[in-house]
Design a protein around this ligand. Structure first.
Ligand SMILES: NC(=O)C1=CN([C@@H]2O[C@H](COP(=O)(O)OP(=O)(O)OC[C@H]3O[C@@H](n4cnc5c(N)ncnc54)[C@H](OP(=O)(O)O)[C@@H]3O)[C@@H](O)[C@H]2O)C=CC1
Ligand SMILES: Nc1nc2c(ncn2[C@@H]2O[C@H](COP(=O)(O)O)[C@@H](O)[C@H]2O)c(=O)[nH]1
Length: 325
C-alpha cells in the first residue's frame, strides 16, 4: 500500500482558465445545505460553542456543535430554530444518548445534521446508533465516525450513515498513535484516498490539516468536507479565556479524550497545548477561502471539482525544508 501524508504531496498545476482568483467557486453542497467553503471547525469544546455556531450558521459556514455539555443541546436546537438557523449537533453512543434521541422525537425537534462522535467508529454500538437515529429522525443528515478503513466506511454507510468521518489519531492534540499504536496518524491523506475510493457517500477528512493547502489536498484525494481543530483554535471567538505568558497571548486547545475534557486520568488519548492568539476567526476563514480559490486556479478550473483531477507527485518529507510561517 502506498502511504503518504499532507507534507509528502505536491499538486501539479494546470493551465489557468480564469482572469481572477475571485472567479473560483469554493462552495460545497453537503447534505441539505450549501456552504461557503468545505471546512468545518472540529466539534471540540475549545473550538466551538453556541455563540460561534450561531455566527457560522448565519454566515453560511458548516458547523458541528460538540456533545460535552449534553444538557444544553435541546435549548441550543430550540434557540437556533427560533433564529431560523440550521441545527447541527453531536451525540455519543452511551445509553443516555439513545434516550436523548427519544427526547428529540418527543419534543418534535429535528436537527438538520447529527454527528455520531466517538474515537473508534467501526463498532456494533455505532451501527446500532446509526439505525436508531435513522428510524427515529429519518430526515436528519447523519455523519458517523471516526473511522480509518474502507471496510468501516462501507459498513457505516450500509447501516444508514449519510457521510462518514475519516481520521483515527492524526490530530494535533491526539496521542492515540502513541498510546495504542493504532491509527491513520502519519498517513492520514493516504487513508482518505483509500476510504474515499470505497465510499458511495460523502467523506469528511478529520485531523492533521496544518496548512491551508492541505484543504485542497484533502479534496484531491476524495474528501468532500474537511474538519479542522488546531488551525481554527486560538481565535477571539474560540471558547476559553486568553492566557498571557511571557508577554504573549494564547488560548488553550485540548483533546476531547484528554484529562482536561474528561476530568480524570482514564483512557486518556489527548493532550492540551497553548495556541498563539490569532484574532478574529472570520479573517482566518476568509484566508482559507482565498487560498482555496488560488488552489482551484492552479488546478485549471473554476470550482472544487477541478481539484479532484489534478496530478500529483510524492516528495517524501522534503518540501518544507524548515519553512514555516
Ligand atoms: N479522531 C480521533 O482520532 C479520536 C477522537 N477522540 C475523541 O475523543 C472523544 C471521546 O471519545 P470516546 O472515548 O470514543 O467517547 P466516549 O468516552 O463517549 O466513549 C464512547 C463509548 O465507547 C466506548 N469506547 C471508547 N473507545 C473504545 C474502544 N477503543 N473500544 C471499545 N469501546 C470503546 C466507551 O467505553 P469505555 O470508555 O468504558 O471504553 C464508551 O462506552 C470523542 O469526541 C472523540 O471524537 C478520541 C480518540 C481518538
Ligand atoms: N486522538 C485524539 N483525537 C482527538 C482528540 N480530540 C479531538 N481529536 C481529533 O482531532 C481532530 C482535530 O485535529 P487537528 O489536527 O485539526 O487539530 C478532531 O476533529 C478529532 O477528530 C483526542 O483527545 N484524541
Amino acid at each position: 500500500m502506498q502511504v503518504f501524508d499532507y507534507e509528502d504531496i505536491q499538486l501539479i498545476p494546470n493551465k489557468c482558465i480564469v482572469d481572477s482568483r475571485s472567479e473560483c467557486d469554493t462552495s460545497i453542497k453537503f447534505g441539505p445545505k450549501t456552504f461557503k467553503i468545505p471546512v468545518v471547525p472540529a466539534n471540540m469544546q475549545t473550538i466551538i460553542d453556541e455563540t460561534l455556531a450561531e455566527k457560522l450558521a448565519a454566515n453560511d459556514y458548516f458547523y458541528v456543535m460538540h456533545r460535552f455539555e449534553p444538557e444544553k443541546r435541546i435549548d441550543f436546537i430550540k434557540d437556533m430554530n427560533r433564529k431560523k438557523l440550521f441545527t447541527s449537533i453531536s451525540v455519543g453512543i452511551k445509553e443516555e444518548e439513545f434516550n436523548f434521541i427519544d427526547q428529540l422525537v418527543a419534543e418534535n425537534l429535528k436537527p438538520d445534521y447529527i454527528t455520531i462522535d466517538v474515537a473508534h467508529g467501526h463498532s456494533d454500538r455505532v451501527i446500532e446508533m446509526i439505525k436508531y437515529i435513522k428510524n427515529n429522525l429519518p430526515n436528519s443528515f447523519l455523519i458517523a465516525g471516526n473511522v480509518g478503513t474502507p471496510e468501516a466506511v462501507r459498513e457505516l454507510e450500509n447501516a444508514g450513515a449519510d457521510a462518514t468521518k475519516v481520521g483515527i489519531g492524526p490530530g494535533k492534540v491526539c496521542i492515540t498513535k502513541l498510546k495504542t499504536g493504532f491509527g491513520t496518524g502519519g498517513w492520514q491523506l493516504a487513508a482518505i484516498r483509500l476510504c474515499a475510493k470505497a465510499a458511495s457517500k460523502p467523506i469528511i477528512a478529520d485531523g492533521g490539516v496544518r496548512n491551508d493547502g492541505d484543504i485542497a489536498k484533502s479534496i484531491r484525494f476524495g474528501a468532500d468536507m474537511v474538519m479542522i481543530g488546531s488551525l481554527l483554535a486560538g481565535h477571539n471567538e474560540s471558547p476559553g479565556k486568553v492566557i498571557e505568558k511571557d508577554g504573549q497571548k494564547y488560548k488553550a486547545y485540548f483533546g476531547s479524550a484528554s484529562q482536561y475534557q474528561k476530568g480524570e486520568y482514564k483512557n486518556v488519548e489527548g493532550k492540551r497545548m497553548l495556541i498563539p492568539y490569532k484574532g478574529e476567526i472570520k479573517d482566518t476563514l476568509n484566508e482559507m477561502q482565498q487560498d482555496l480559490q488560488s488552489s482551484i486556479s492552479y488546478a485549471g478550473g473554476k470550482d472544487l471539482k477541478s481539484l479532484r483531477k489534478v496530478d500529483y507527485v510524492i516528495v517524501k518529507n522534503s518540501i518544507y525544508n524548515g519553512d514555516v510561517y
